[in-house]
Design a protein around this ligand. Sequence first.
Ligand SMILES: Cc1cc2nc3c(=O)[nH]c(=O)nc-3n(C[C@H](O)[C@H](O)[C@H](O)COP(=O)(O)OP(=O)(O)OC[C@H]3O[C@@H](n4cnc5c(N)ncnc54)[C@H](O)[C@@H]3O)c2cc1C
Length: 397
Amino acid sequence: MSAPTVFQVDIAIIGGGIAGLWLLAQLREHGYDAVLIESSALGAGQTLCAQGIIHGGTKYSLHGQFSTSAAAIADMPALWRRCMAGAGEIDLRGARLLAEHQYLWATQAPTSRLAAFFASKLMRGRVEKVAGSTALDMPAALQHPRFRGTAYQLDEPIVAVDSVLAVLAERYQAALLASQGPAILKADGSLTLHHPDGLPRVMRPALTVFTAGAGNAGLPWASLQLRPLHMVLARGTALPGLLYAHCLGASDLPRLTVTSHYDAQGRLIWYLGGALAEEGVARDRAAQIRATRRELRTLLPWVDWNAVQFATFTVQRAEARQADGRRPSGPGVFRDGRVIAAWPTKMALAPLLARQIEALLPDLGMRPRPRDLSRLADWPRPALGVYPWDREDLEWS
Ligand SMILES: Cc1cc2nc3c(=O)[nH]c(=O)nc-3n(C[C@H](O)[C@H](O)[C@H](O)COP(=O)(O)OP(=O)(O)OC[C@H]3O[C@@H](n4cnc5c(N)ncnc54)[C@H](O)[C@@H]3O)c2cc1C
């Protein structure tokens, strides 16, 4: 049997979610010889399951503490907006915003009102109180005489995640490689990739960066935690229009987070997370749908929820392990020799993660060195993944 073809690259990035794609874009813009290998489809891990909210930290300040995570996240909305306008660290022109603002909506419960109060004090300048249920800036879904509570407009845009991935995939297409199975790291630092012709290929990177989400689990020195969610999708003409909002409960976790999307057939979808999805992990599908109907009837009682269909699915968030098992306050980056493993913690934090990784490169002897990618021209390119609401295996009822 002939020896497998060997490719040399300076930096191989494993995993084409938002973390890997952002890093690839940044490194290539700065002249590094970087390529990205994806074994499934771009965004097919957590990224296309994201609600698309570019957090500015508000939801992390609900209990009166401006935590490390809020400080790190605060600049992200402006940074993403600059990139989408073509004036940022990477060029995201062509990517779309679904909405300019996420809302924070406090129900009448005293604990909830208190949490909203703290949020508004701490986040002055980044939170605007909406005057009342008839105010023009009140989301259409909440403009109802029976709406009770207070709404705040956050400086947190919502991106169409597929459009971000599509822009990056097109711009850096020549540096994207599809592997028919997971890229495997050998003890000598080489990578085994699976070409569709059935013959394995060997890549010898000077540095390998795993941004493989749950796929980083194979690296024992990069300790991973998985936190599950039981997300809910709702569709039907009874949905009261577009809504992008966190509904505040008593804790620092919104009781419900709603974002709105359109499926491939143009139907409006409400995508529901927050405490409903965290606590829903203990419920099976039927119980989760019952809990969702109860919650929605309580919060938006004027909507005919019997006319709405629901589907659910579970997904794991992959992050750096924390002693208390809670969400890390920022990206997690680990290194073992010439291999890095990283998790952004939030899609919104992919730019911070890319900066942190790039800052390690000089000490590892890595320098910008633009190289022609024609040696990889024959590789197939990974496809874009699909949104959860367009999956064919979902059961709606
Ligand atoms: C339900 C949900 C909602 C969320 N909402 C938001 C939100 O609104 N805002 C926000 O900022 N964040 C949100 N997040 C968090 C955000 O989605 C993640 O932090 C982010 O997408 C992680 O991106 P990633 O690139 O690290 O991982 P992933 O998106 O999981 O990508 C990893 C990729 O690596 C590939 N891969 C794995 N192993 C290998 C291998 N050996 N070889 C080659 N490829 C491999 C996988 O196929 C996958 O494509 C949400 C997360 C979930 C689950």
